[in-house]
Write a protein that binds this ligand. Structure first.
Ligand code: PMP
Length: 323
């Protein structure tokens, strides 16, 4: 058994498990358990990669305050890295994100600024515009996962190769969502380079602008959705959306129902975005006429959503509970 020298060494090399008690049609569906990273999500990978790249480039100097705009998980990954390397951390987060994430961030020593979820890019209270402004005014280092190449590199260099190795090179489809687009661009590019015929499937919340773009090349106005961490109102700089050759729009209700079903039937407790991904992956699997090997992700831990998707009162109040 391996002994690690520090918690950052434990990031990545996550296990994969086959979905065994749900209807996957003629296909095999595998979940890569990213919620088992030490910070509880796939974002730990990019947190180390982005901070180490900033240190190397000289832009991030010892003792400087780090600031980031995040749905919470990148913030939690950064909190691990910042604590272990001694940087103060400021997090700007839209107010729709769960209280558990905020409390977890504060407990890790981060300063959390909450801002409006109902405004879009260009508005001063939009979380990314606010983080950029605070960085400019105060001399903080703004990580900006949406434009940061080290985000994509983390997935191209670690997540992608791990999936390829775990599947023995036998993989027909990969299903993921887009928040920053780091996963799609990094894992997607790595897998496409090895298999030109692989399906790269986007799982998108209803209301996001991405699914209509991929399926119908249609530009729509962004709506709103409750799932956290995926779905977009713009296309991030690093997001190679053209890599996706198919997309599914998944309702909040379906995403939350599937997340709860995965916990009951498979014993894996995932967050809301994983519900969207697994719902899309199951639809894809059931539509196939030939057996295929399909991989998707458990992006973050469901412990982060005990007050929301795993809380019957909250679910009922949002009209999301099955009768
Ligand atoms: N799931 C969750 C829970 C997330 O927090 C994020 C990132 N915001 C994603 C998925 C999407 O990953 P990416 O940023 O690589 O597109």
């Amino acid at each position: 058994m391996q002994v690690f020298q520090n918690v950052l060494e434990m990031i990545g090399n996550t296990p994969m498990v086959k979905v065994s008690n749900m209807d996957t049609g003629p296909c095999e569906l595998y979940l890569k358990l990213e919620h088992l990273n030490p910070g509880g999500s796939i974002k730990d990978r990019i947190a180390v990669s982005m901070i180490e790249a900033a240190e190397k480039s000289g832009k991030l100097k010892p003792g400087m305050t780090i600031i980031e705009a995040t749905a919470g998980n990148t913030g939690l990954g950064l909190a691990l890295v910042a604590a272990s390397k001694g940087y103060p951390l400021k997090i700007v987060m839209p107010d729709k994100m769960s209280a558990e994430k905020v409390n977890n961030l504060k407990a890790m020593g981060a300063d959390v600024v909450r801002t409006r979820s109902d405004v879009q890019k260009g508005h001063p209270e939009y979380y990314q515009d606010m983080a950029a402004r605070l960085a400019e005014e105060n001399g903080y280092y703004y990580v900006n996962q949406f434009t940061n190449d080290a985000n994509v590199a983390a997935h191209y260099e670690t997540t992608g190769p791990e999936i390829w190795k775990q599947m023995d090179g036998k993989i027909d489809a990969f299903v993921c969502g887009v928040g920053s687009g780091g996963t799609l661009s990094g894992v997607g590019r790595f897998l496409r380079e090895r298999s030109a015929t692989i399906d790269l499937v986007l799982a998108d919340p209803e209301g996001s602008i991405l699914e209509p773009l991929v399926n119908r090349n249609e530009k729509v106005e962004a709506g709103s959705w409750l799932v956290e961490g995926i779905g977009e109102d713009f296309i991030p700089d690093i997001c190679e959306i053209k890599l996706a050759n198919k997309a599914y729009a998944i309702s909040d209700k379906e995403a939350f129902r599937v997340a709860r079903e995965v916990l009951v039937k498979e014993g894996v407790m995932v967050g809301s975005s994983s519900g969207t991904l697994i719902a899309a992956a199951l639809q894809y699997c059931r539509e196939q006429t030939e057996p295929k090997r399909v991989v998707t992700l458990a992006c973050d831990t469901g412990n982060r959503y005990l007050s929301k998707l795993y809380n019957d009162e909250w679910m009922a109040a949002q009209n999301l509970l099955e009768k």
